[in-house]
Design a protein around this ligand. Sequence first.
Ligand code: ZN
Length: 313
Amino acid sequence: MAARNRNSVAPSPSSESQMTYSRFLELFPDNDACLEHLKERFFSDGTECPKCGKASKFHRIKGRSAYSCQYCGHHVYPTAGTIFHKSTVSLQLWYFAIYLISSTRCGISAKQLEREIGVTYKTAHRMFKQIRTLLSDEEDGPLSGKVEVDETFIGGKPRAAEKRHKRGHLRRKYKPNVLGMVERGGRVRARVVPDRTKVTLDKAVKEHVLPESMIFTDEWQAYVDIGKGFKAHRRIKHDARIYVDGDIYTNTVEGFFGLFKNGIRGVYHSISAEYLQNYLDEYAFRYNRRNSNEPMFWAILNRVQKGAVPAFS
Ligand SMILES: [Zn+2]
């Protein structure tokens, strides 16, 4: 193998990292480079000018975060409508935050983000919240095939009276609030749900899983009719201490819950119920891309969209 050129920022061919820090710096050395990246995304050459309608080239206006149409001079703002718009944090720090979030396997805390990029905790927390809004899986389409479904309770401590019950029983005592659905060998979907009643669980599963799917659950009574509207339904008898019976098991979805719980214990320590769905989205996003060749950094950046922010004149 050829000796590595120590001046090169290219990752070593054996490196698993697809987006190294040096590569990041090479691509995004300053705010202008980040703005140019957004401009290429939303106003690349040949994009129709929102004002004159011609396929235009947009040229940077010196000293401003804007570009102008080559024909009518109309100003366009690449950050308008995105999470970066009107932020007091520089665009490069936003990109760096996305880099940090995507380069760690288990996520980083807002506290660490605060230290790494030198903003206040409040700002770091807000940035995190904004970046997580990009990770939602609503548009990825429903799950299908063999789908395991299970619920769990996240957060809170058992009361003494509940501790006296046996372990399996205890789980029933808790008010679980997360429903997990996993395609075997595929994607996960996790949702905060208000309760674990039949009505709630039926509705949520129908919303996220295609009818031709085969559903696997445990024996929780709310699942009794969940097979209606699906190809088939199989239940594993956890209460009889059976955890795998042929291909009847819910270990995959339980595995996801395990990852999630370990993650929030180690990285976030405690999370408020208000943001639970956002954390679930982040974990699901990582999980769903575990076999993807697209680095998470680009996957997140590719989700930056222009929302319903009023256009500038
Ligand atoms: Zn124009």
